[in-house]
Design a protein around this ligand. Structure first.
Ligand code: S3P
Length: 173
């Protein structure tokens, strides 16, 4: 069984994913880290040296690889993974996969991402919280249609990590 965590940058996919994996005694995989390991450079470096199109090609290739593994895993995707090629079809149509959209509101995402934007090539150029808020608003409007195809959507606003974990586990039993 593979549990796939979907959501915008900063929505808690990796943080929650690690804890969920520990609770279930599953393997934890972060697709960005997997790509970095395979490509031997950080996501920012890949964007800089090879460009986004190359990154998206590799992202689909490694997503396929991970979805075809037979280990019990929790997989945290990158924020853009569901929105390119047939990635969302691969996830939805795989009988071994349960996918969750961790849905956080725009103001909370913006607040969280403002201090962390340096490591994220798509938002590192935004200089104020207002600019970031506007960017996320538009971006999420485009991306929601992909994220919403997840098997289960969890609203995570103002919930603790423990609340979210309990909800996730509740859906799996
Ligand atoms: C991206 C999100 C990032 C990473 C890359 C592109 C996106 O992952 O894959 O910078 O398109 O939203 P996180 O969601 O883990 O930050």
């Amino acid at each position: 069984m593979i549990i796939v965590l979907i959501g915008y940058m900063g929505s808690g996919k990796s943080t929650i994913g690690k804890e969920l994996a520990t609770a279930l005694e599953y393997n934890f995989l972060d697709l960005d880290d997997y790509i970095s390991d395979k490509e031997k450079r950080s996501v920012s470096e890949i964007f800089e040296s090879k460009g986004e199109i190359y990154f998206r090609k590799k992202e689909t290739e490694y997503l396929n690889e991970v979805l075809n593994s037979s280990e019990n895993s929790v997989l945290a995707l990158g924020g853009g993974t569901p929105c390119y090629g047939k990635n969302m079809d691969l996830i939805i149509n795989n009988a071994n996969v349960t996918s969750f959209y961790l849905k956080l509101s725009i103001p909370l995402l913006s607040k969280r991402l403002f201090t962390e934007r340096e490591q994220r090539p798509l938002i590192s150029h935004l200089n104020s919280e207002t600019e970031l808020l506007e960017f996320i608003g538009k971006h999420l409007f485009e991306r929601n249609q992909y994220y919403s195809r997840s098997h289960i959507t969890l609203n995570t606003d103002h919930k603790t990590k423990q609340d979210i974990l309990e909800e996730l586990v509740g859906h799996l039993v």
